[in-house]
Design a protein around this ligand. Structure first.
Ligand SMILES: [Zn+2]
Length: 475
């Protein structure tokens, strides 16, 4: 079944048009994953790091991959010293196997290998007898496969050196540096204008198919709030009792237009920037009574506010949206529960304090665009029967630590939504850090375990880890 799933997925990709490689301007069809399929190579589970380090670190558009070795799918390794125990041909095979393992790591990090712009630098270390001098012939096993898969983009600068020994006696260890496109390109359907999706962090997104611009929970200010701030962040500190503040300069630099804003709930890290964004853009807001009562207090005009309770299915000119009843994340070790609501009798006065941004209940949205259907979540919980049958092709899945407090979350979520072709993890970052600060700890803690789980639960799903403010294009 797993094999069949994968085969179908790859077949779909084969029939899709080649990726227009915006990054390099080349016009040839570039699809490393199709090349892998042609070569009969199926990527294994990425090998887990064995100590306190990570498989790879991305900084800007470069990924530095940790050294990996010739680990076989059954968990054994190719051991031995070149020039003593192993022939050059055996060493070559060990280097080729190492390349496959590194491609598995890259695939897990990128979601789609066609995001590789260039293999930049390779360091190949060969477990060598003192008299052995053919290290390049061994590491060619790595380089040859890389060039077979990536073509011209696979050609790299390289060092191939001999080592007196290597961990566990493995035959080779190879590390590499890869340049990646910050624009992801994934196909779920036939040609046409892609759906462009940009992650603002927290549960915030900009989604556009060229006809309509839809924002989901756009929270840009990323206040240094509570105890979760970064010591290198010299912005002012905010406490629960402080007035919420929007960084309008930053918002202006990121958001110039919007037709609709979908708000899942009214906690400050979802709603606090919406008053400014709604007034500035004139966008229609779809949310519950509590959120819209807050927005009214900030002077957002009534005609911009669609108040919903869940279950509505509204048709607009260029898209439609179904409001799906939901549940808030199980915060505070599941002790969180907030029944408070605002309505026209609430007499709110703007600006509100941060702790006046109460949840007000939680909604999800099924947004139907011309050729894509996006199911947007605002947190780490859902009502299973409300998701069943929705079958989005793109799922914005709440992936934060609090999901671990729910029964079999990853499996129930991916199964109820019909194993969506594309899943974009959302709400996994530390929203108290400004843009540009490393989110590596949260990627390790939240996103990578989910990617690993999804590979088993739903092999046909591509999980793309979004990077703040970098558009992902889905064809
Ligand atoms: Zn919340």
């Amino acid at each position: 079944m797993k094999q069949l799933h994968k085969a179908l997925f790859l077949t779909t990709m084969l029939f899709a048009t080649g990726i227009a490689s915006a990054a390099s301007g080349q016009t040839e069809t570039y699809d490393p994953e199709v090349r892998l399929a042609e070569l009969g190579i199926e990527l294994p589970e990425p090998p887990s790091p064995v100590a306190n380090y990570v498989n790879g670190v991305q900084t800007g558009n470069l990924i530095f991959l940790a050294g990996k070795g010739p680990l076989r799918p059954d968990g054994t390794e190719i051991h031995g010293k070149l020039g003593a125990d192993l022939t050059i041909k055996e060493g070559y095979e060990a280097a080729r196997l190492t390349a496959i393992n590194q491609l598995a790591v890259l695939k897990a990090m990128l979601g789609d290998l066609s995001r590789v712009v260039r293999i930049v630098k390779v360091l190949g270390m060969v477990n060598s007898d003192p008299d052995f001098v053919e290290q390049p012939a061994v590491i060619n096993g790595f380089s040859d496969l890389i060039v077979e898969v990536f073509g011209e983009r696979g050609k790299h600068a390289r060092a191939a050196v001999g080592m007196a020994t290597l961990p566990r006696g493995q035959a080779v260890e190879i590390e590499l540096v890869v340049e990646v496109s910050l624009e992801s390109t994934v196909r779920t359907g036939p040609g046409g204008e892609p759906l462009e999706m940009t992650y603002f962090g927290t549960a915030g997104w900009r989604i556009s198919d060229g006809n309509v611009v839809v924002l989901v929970d756009p929270y840009i200010s990323r206040l240094k709030y509570g105890n979760g701030g970064h010591s290198d962040d010299d912005r002012p500190h905010f406490a629960r009792e402080d007035l919420a503040w929007s960084d309008t300069t930053l918002i202006d630099s990121l958001i110039t237009e919007a037709d609709f804003i979908l708000c899942t709930h009214s906690h400050f890290d979802h709603l606090a920037d919406v008053p400014y964004i709604a007034r500035k853009t004139g966008a229609k807001v779809i949310s519950h009574e509590t959120a819209n009562t807050i927005l009214r207090a900030y002077g957002v005009p009534d005609e911009q506010l669609y108040t919903v309770r869940g279950g509505e299915d509204y048709q607009f000119e260029d898209f439609s949206v179904r409001v799906v009843p939901g549940l808030h994340s199980a915060l505070n070790e599941k002790l969180y529960y907030d029944s408070r609501r605002y309505d026209e009798a609430s007499n709110l006065e703007a600006p509100l304090r941060i702790n006046q941004f109460i949840e007000g209940g939680t909604l999800n949205f099924l947004a139907r665009f011309d050729r894509h259907t996006v199911l947007a979540m605002g947190g780490m919980n859902f009502i299973e029967r409300e998701f069943e049958g929705l079958e989005p092709d793109i799922l914005l899945a709440g992936i934060n630590g609090s999901r671990l407090g729910l029964y079999d979350y990853d499996r129930r979520l991916l199964t109820a939504t019909g194993s969506p072709p594309v899943v974009l993890p959302t709400h996994w970052d530390n929203f108290r850090y400004p843009y540009g600060f490393s989110q590596q700890a949260n990627i390790e803690r939240n996103v990578l375990p989910f990617i690993e789980a999804a590979r088993t639960i739903s092999p046909g799903t591509t999980v793309i880890m979004p990077v703040h403010l970098e558009p992902i294009k889905i064809h």
